[in-house]
Design a protein around this ligand. Structure first.
Ligand code: HEC
Length: 111
């Protein structure tokens, strides 16, 4: 009885993982292109600690190094509303790409 229960859970987990399309993992390359177009107006989007275009807006490099920051946190941030940042409506794939790009800056050497 117990064994079949475990098997069932394993099966459900396996199916849930398989259901997430591989594409959703996010493309660093496409995330960068999107960031340059849509986010660079306010954020420094490259691996740099240069002065921000606007006061008080963290660069993507700084965001990538915030404690507890993750792709998931970025993706959630991008579909919730904020005080100062505009509430974009970003398609899911682009959110994943942006999250992948921003987190790819973590640990990068500054230019
Ligand atoms: C009009 C200016 C503006 C634009 C454009 C903009 N942001 Fe922001 N962003 C901000 C400001 C201001 C903050 C500081 C936090 C806040 O809003 O309170 C911020 C903060 C963030 C954070 C940090 C969240 C945290 O936990 O502190 C993330 C991630 C982020 N932006 C991602 C993006 C992405 C991705 C884009 C492009 C799709 C983008 N932003 C475009 C102004 C902007």
């Amino acid at each position: 009885m117990k064994t079949s229960y475990l098997l069932l859970i394993t099966l459900i987990l396996a199916l849930a993982c398989a259901a997430v399309p591989a594409a959703l993992a996010g493309s660093v390359f496409q995330g960068h292109a999107y960031a340059v177009r849509m986010c660079a107006e306010c954020h420094s989007v490259e691996a740099t600690n240069e002065i921000e275009p606007l006061f008080d807006v963290p660069s993507f490099y700084v965001i990538a190094h915030m404690p507890g920051m993750s792709k998931l946190a970025i993706s959630v941030w991008l579909r919730t509303s904020h005080d100062k940042m505009p509430d974009f409506i970003i398609p899911r794939q682009d959110r994943e790409n942006l999250a992948a790009y921003i987190m790819s800056l973590k640990g990068k050497r500054l230019r």
